[in-house]
Design a protein around this ligand. Structure first.
Ligand code: NAD
Length: 494
């Protein structure tokens, strides 16, 4: 077993991230190998290989071999693996927290929150025996209909760099307890937490072959889309790739659910509580260095909200790179974020706080909190996903204008309103075009068991990825109609 020994931000290494197939660690067969870079230090802490179709095929074969016995386990017994995994994750909480922080660059507190949220997803898996009982009804004399949730078989998940531990756990508990075998392709930028997940589930008693790990990038994802032995695929990442993966997976007849990027709008009206709003808005746009799909990206200020913006500026000054602001994932992202700021400034936006050039320590990739005022929705900073600690402030006169701006954006992950007026909250909640909405909550992540997913260009496919919808995604309902007694009274169901 590989253990991560770091107990601080001090640089530490981790062994090479390999594939886990049928219970064995094996090297991916592709020729390419990349460094896994700790964004806080800008140094390679590990390496990762790239998988090919042959590696995916080996994972499918291992999964198919393990499935017949697993399907025979009662769901309640399959859920026991989740109980055991949960205990192991609690045991290793500190280690997992530091691993997430090192491979992703987020702060210790953010990494711990991620691991705890991942554990919450496992707990949902523990609860499935109490939820998955199905339905049964006597539909006519002596005739019963029942629904049972059957596994799909071998299924797969593809995950992004920004939540290396939690996002795989959006998928795995429901898929596995549902009786499937799961293949995970984590982001090549953060493949290490997935290595620990494989070890934890093995230690928890999951039989070999039911959780397989294939490392790599586009080629591995395309193989997962194309492989006829895989029956469902979930994806979380950018909208550009989500669209491609959704189309490719569906083209082979797979069930697919692909979550994409975001441009989340927060609407702030003058009656909003200044302290709550300032704290919340800043936490939303700077948390995880803005690298989360639920981050505030545009604040639409309705009327005179200068007093609230002043408080947001003051609060933002307390967010310090390297201290309570984590690193940006890589140099290319720093340059992308910087380009958005420069472009907005050249188009007339006013920089209230400029995070360019700020550093959180020696080496690493950093951008400080950045507030852009007088942004308009036609500017790239006002309409495109920046994925950094940047908030674009758009000014409007009326609530209807604010809602229209939110509605016109093609994304639809999250939206929030800050107000102390119930009628304003009700109007906004009823009219914004987003799947996850908040009233005085800037990161309105639906906690378990409420399902996670956005709308519009933030999601391709149907339903939510977490909660009960997740279980339905990874299973298919079988309807069984039974008649045991020989009935004299014949009817149309006889
Ligand atoms: P990404 O789309 O670049 O990568 C996601 C996954 O797709 C990775 O595993 C990667 O290896 C793979 N991939 C990359 N290019 C591919 C291609 N051309 N074909 C097939 N597979 C490919 O995303 P990222 O940069 O890792 O993550 C950040 C993005 O994810 C942001 O847009 C963010 O909003 C989004 N995200 C969305 C949610 C959500 O729930 N909607 C959650 C987390 C992150």
């Amino acid at each position: 077993m590989v253990r991560f020994t770091a107990e601080s931000y001090d640089f530490a290494t981790f062994p090479q991230a390999r594939n886990y197939i049928g219970g064995d660690w094996v090297a991916p067969s592709g020729e390419r190998t990349d460094d896994v870079v700790n964004p806080r230090h800008g140094r390679a802490m590990s390496t990762v290989g790239y998988s090919t179709y042959a590696d995916v095929d080996a994972a499918v074969k291992a999964a198919e071999a393990a499935l017949p016995e697993w399907r025979d386990w009662p769901l309640r017994e399959r859920a026991q693996v989740m109980y055991a995994a949960r205990e192991l994750m609690q045991r290793d909480l500190e280690e997992l927290t530091w691993l997430v922080s090192h491979e992703n660059g987020k702060t210790y507190a953010e990494a711990k929150a991620e691991v705890l949220k991942g554990i919450e997803c496992v707990e949902f898996g523990c609860s499935l025996p109490n939820l998955a009982a199905g339905n049964s009804l006597q539909v006519s004399r002596g005739v019963n209909c029942e629904i049972v949730h059957e596994p799909l078989g071998v299924v797969a998940g593809v995950t992004p760099f920004n939540f290396p531990f939690m996002v795989p756990l959006w998928m795995m508990p429901q898929a596995l307890v549902g009786g499937n075998a799961f293949i995970l392709k984590p982001s090549e930028q953060v493949p290490l937490s997935a290595v620990r997940l494989a070890e934890i589930f093995a230690e928890a008693g999951l039989p070999a072959g039911l959780f397989n790990l294939v490392q790599g990038g586009q080629e591995a994802v395309e193989a997962l889309c194309d492989h006829p032995g895989i029956h469902a695929l979930a994806f979380v990442g950018s909208t550009r790739v989500a669209k491609i993966v959704y189309g490719r997976a569906c083209a082979t007849g797979k069930r697919a659910l692909c979550l994409g990027g975001a441009k989340n709008h927060l609407i702030v009206v003058p009656d909003a509580d200044v302290g709550v709003t300032a704290e919340n808005v800043v936490a939303s746009y700077t948390g995880c260095a803005g690298q989360r799909c639920m981050a505030a990206s545009v604040m639409v200020g309705v009327g005179d909200v200068d007093h609230i913006i002043d408080a947001i500026v003051e609060r933002s000054k307390k967010v310090v790179p390297g201290d309570n602001l984590g690193a940006i994932t890589n140099q290319a992202s720093v340059e992308r974020i910087t380009r958005y700021i420069e472009d907005a400034e050249s188009r007339g936006a006013k920089l209230l706080i400029d995070g360019r050039g700020q550093s959180g320590g020696e080496g690493g990739y950093w951008v400080g909190p950045t507030l852009l005022d007088n942004v308009t929705p036609d500017m790239p900073a006002g309409s495109e996903e920046i994925f950094g600690p940047v908030l674009s402030i758009v000014r409007v006169d009326t609530l209807d204008q604010a809602i229209a701006i939110e509605n016109a954006n093609p994304y639809g992950n999250a939206s929030a309103v800050y107000t102390t007026n119930g009628e304003v909250a009700r109007r906004v909640m009823g009219r914004v075009s987003a799947g996850m909405c908040g009233v005085n909550v800037g990161v309105p992540v639906p906690r378990e068991p409420f399902g996670f997913a956005g709308w519009n260009d933030s999601k391709f496919g149907h339903g939510n990825i977490t909660g009960w919808d997740g279980f339905r995604f990874w299973t298919r309902p079988r309807k069984i109609t039974s008649k045991w007694a020989l009935q004299k009274d014949q009817n149309w169901m006889s």
